[in-house]
Design a protein around this ligand. Structure first.
Ligand code: ADP
Ligand code: MG
Length: 461
């Protein structure tokens, strides 16, 4: 669990990285340690040889010879001077030499290879070393020694390096751990805490974040969150206000409708008046009141909560169109407005039938309303066809086309109407219902020859 946190990950990774880096340091430094060790043996051997050369006949007692050799930790010493090889000191029981290493001109890779051999070769062997002593112009020294002490010294050195690296990695990861906690984990936690606080009450402007981090990336996150929260809080307030306004409008519409209904009853009675002036004005009054009541009712319907999600069913388009025709009394206008169904009688679609009733009803009513004003009437044509992803329905008419004012505000509630007594809600509601099906309603074309609306409804196969 701990290693899944940001600081835990950093801790683990730092330990791993430092250890990997130490391996790269370890190999060359062990090789260097070996060279220094051997060089030291050579120097000690040189010192021993100097002690010997100081004697008058270059001879010492066997005890002294052994002591000198033991002191230098070598088995024998050979001096090479002017191409002459001179055995200076020698241990009587010299074992066979298993390998010779020349330190005079060995390259770094050779030294690393030899060091690895020394480290991993666990056999009691004797090796020969050739090297140049310090300040020994023209003199070369050759000596044999046992490999085991060298190996042990190298192992100990390696162990020390390992311990030091462990210490370094623990120390550096601990520092990093603290830094990551302070620089990243804490600010991120603060950010998350703010989001949670804000989420509990987004309308509360005091819960909006106050950017204060000095790290650029975290500051950018805070600034973005600030923008987001400011916008959200703003729109929530606006939404609340609109909801209050909507409620007020609904109440007004409701009361107004009741007042108007009373007025309507009175106006109906005025219509029967014998006074010619009153009788002339009365029908206009009645239709004005009718329109006002219609507006109130439409507003009230629109103000009701969001449309319910569609409950699709499979039904015949012909049946639906028939029902709308009945409902809209299109039969009565038969001599002025004709209806043409340009689709197969068995054309089926899957949608919420009730909602499609309202959508097609609105479009057909609009078409009828504009063509009624035309002296020769016109024709409403319903077309339908299948596409790979759904169905397309067209509601076309031979009317005068959309007025310019309606075109720019089409589908916008309360705005698109240019009709006397219109509310501008019909198309807005129809479009919303179609969108609820995952489809779309659009104006396919409009000209002085007529207008065509297209409905696309996706179908699940
Ligand atoms: N088929 C059509 N032909 C010409 N004008 C149309 C047609 N359908 C709609 N309109 C225009 O678009 C306006 C908005 O229509 P709609 O949203 O149904 O509101 P309303 O019918 O209440 O006015 C209408 O007032 C009308 O002028
Ligand atoms: Mg309408």
């Amino acid at each position: 669990m701990f290693f899944k946190t940001l600081s835990g990950r950093f801790l683990l990774l730092t330990i791993i990285f430092v250890m990997v880096a130490e391996v790269f340091i370890f190999v060359p430094s062990v090789a260097r340690f070996r060279v220094e060790y051997l060089q030291q043996r050579l120097e000690l051997a040189q010192l021993a040889s100097l002690a010997l050369l100081a004697t008058p006949d270059d001879m010492v007692t066997p005890e002294l010879a052994n002591e000198l050799l033991a002191n230098a930790e070598v088995l024998n010493i050979v001096l090479r001077r002017n191409e002459m090889r001179e055995l200076i000191l020698s241990n009587p029981m010299v074992e066979p030499v298993s390998a010779t290493y020349d330190l005079r001109d060995a390259g770094p890779f050779e030294l690393i290879k030899d060091a690895m051999i020394a480290l991993f070769n666990n056999r009691d062997e004797v090796i020969r070393i050739i090297g140049r002593p310090v300040k020994g112009a023209g003199i070369e020294i050759e000596t044999t020694l046992e490999i085991m002490p060298l190996r042990y010294a190298m192992l100990e050195y390696g162990r020390n390096i390992f311990l030091i690296s462990l210490l370094i990695s623990v120390f550096s990861s601990a520092m990093l751990f603290i830094a990551v906690r302070r620089l990243m984990v804490r600010p991120i936690r603060k950010l998350v805490q703010n989001m949670m606080d804000y989420q509990q009450s987004p309308e509360d402007a005091t819960r909006v974040i106050k950017p204060e981090n000095r790290v650029i990336e975290l500051r950018a996150a805070e600034d973005t969150l600030l923008d987001l929260q400011t916008q959200l809080t703003g729109s929530l307030k606006q939404k609340e206000r609109l909801a209050q306004l909507g409620e007020a409008v609904a109440k007004i519409s409701h009361d107004l409708r009741n007042i108007l209904t009373t007025t309507q009853l009175l106006a109906d009675r005025i219509e029967t008046s014998t006074d010619p002036t009153v009788a002339r004005i009365a029908p206009k009054l009645v239709s004005s009141v009718d329109r006002a009541i219609n507006l109130c009712e439409q507003t009230l319907t629109y103000g009701k909560a969001e449309e319910a999600p569609p409950r699709p069913e499979l039904f015949l388009l012909a049946g639906l169109v028939e029902e709308i025709t009945d409902n809209e009394n299109l039969h009565d206008d038969a001599e002025k407005i004709s209806l043409r169904c340009d689709f197969q009688p068995g054309f089926e679609l899957s949608a919420d039938r009730e909602q499609m009733f309202r959508v097609l009803g609105n479009l057909m009513r609009n078409a009828r309303q504009v063509m009624e004003t035309m002296p020769n009437g016109g024709e409403i044509c319903i077309r339908a066809n299948h596409t790979p992803s759904g169905v397309q329905l067209y509601v076309c008419d031979t009317g005068p086309g959309l007025p310019e004012a309606a075109k720019t505000k089409l589908f916008q509630p309360f705005q698109g109407s240019v009709r006397k007594g219109g509310t501008g809600l019909g198309l807005a509601i129809a479009a919303e219902l179609v969108r609820g099906h995952g489809g779309n309603l659009e104006l396919a074309e409009t000209s002085s020859e007529g207008t065509c609306f297209r409905i696309f409804l996706p179908q699940k196969h």
